[in-house]
Design a protein around this ligand. Structure first.
Ligand SMILES: [Zn+2]
Length: 280
């Protein structure tokens, strides 16, 4: 089954009078959506009871739950303090995911820092190896989705993400096509570019990962440094175009989880994408 849903809560959710994220699963189901990425970008500040309740509601309304881990995580850091705090943020995200029954956690690899990209990649791989050894055995069934990033000074090209995911089977890509479009200065213009990205992941990671890919999608504004800000489909001057990806998903019968990160209009744009796939 293909999953479509928002990252966090859209403006329309609050405008409709809702307040608590516990009301989200029912609301999303009423719209025809079936995924929800719960945002812990500013830290995992959720009680166990809340997580369990959200998990129950999601189960009741057949909503696929994922978590976005804190932005403070920096896998490639050379600073031992940041390394330890990154491990703590990952541990807390894993605990929240287990309490919710969420099976995917999206993680930003972090910035390149002062040295070379290669050095940052080496450090990131050894930190991921530590996570796999020290934390993951207690959290079986949960994948950490390493996200492709939109700014040039961040780790997170397609090849870097593939290389990081090769550390352990629990690591899978979160492909943010808006980010890739931004860091490539508008690189994604037609079906060939989507296909090339998917083929590269298939080649590097195999195991049918492309079949059940975790996707972030939104229109995006970029400048020389890459990503500036997320936009919406209504702002049609911003790409990339979802249509070619919809065509590939339908043609190959892929069953991804597609999370809309449109600024404020995540629910609306998730529905636009759902309709595009259905129209193929
Ligand atoms: Zn993200």
């Amino acid at each position: 089954m293909i999953r479509f849903g928002p990252a966090g809560n859209a403006n329309s959710f609050y405008e409709a009078g809702y307040k608590s994220s516990l009301e989200v699963p029912q609301y999303l189901a009423s719209l025809g959506l079936n995924a929800y990425e719960y945002q812990c970008g500013r830290g995992v500040n959720v009680k166990k009871e809340f997580c369990q309740q959200l998990g129950e509601k999601a189960g009741e309304h057949e909503i696929f739950l994922s978590i976005h881990a804190p932005y403070f995580i920096n896998l490639g850091t050379g600073d031992p303090t940041v390394m330890e705090s990154s491990l703590r943020h990952i541990a807390k995200s894993l605990t929240a995911a287990r309490d919710m029954g969420a099976t995917r956690i999206v993680v930003h690899p972090g910035s390149v820092g002062k040295g070379s990209r290669e050095e940052a990649m080496t450090r990131a791989k050894s930190l991921l190896a530590r996570v796999a050894e020290e934390l993951l055995p207690s959290f079986s069934g949960i994948s950490l989705c390493l996200e492709t990033m939109g700014k040039l000074n961040q780790l997170g090209t397609v090849d870097e993400i593939i290389s990081l995911c090769q550390v352990d089977r629990a690591y899978i890509p979160a492909v943010d096509f808006g980010h890739l479009h931004a860091r490539g200065m508008g690189a994604i213009t037609d079906l060939d570019e989507y296909e090339e990205i998917l083929n590269r992941i298939d080649l590097g990671l195999g195991g049918g990962i492309v079949q059940v890919l975790h996707v972030h999608f939104s229109a995006i504004e970029f400048s020389r440094g890459g990503e500036v800000r997320h936009r919406t489909f209504a702002e049609s001057e911003y790409g990339p175009d979802f249509q070619p990806l919809a065509a590939i998903i339908a043609r190959d019968s892929l069953t991804p989880v597609i999370i809309s990160e449109s600024a404020g209009f995540q629910n609306e744009d998730a529905l636009v994408m759902k309709e595009m796939v259905q129209r193929q």
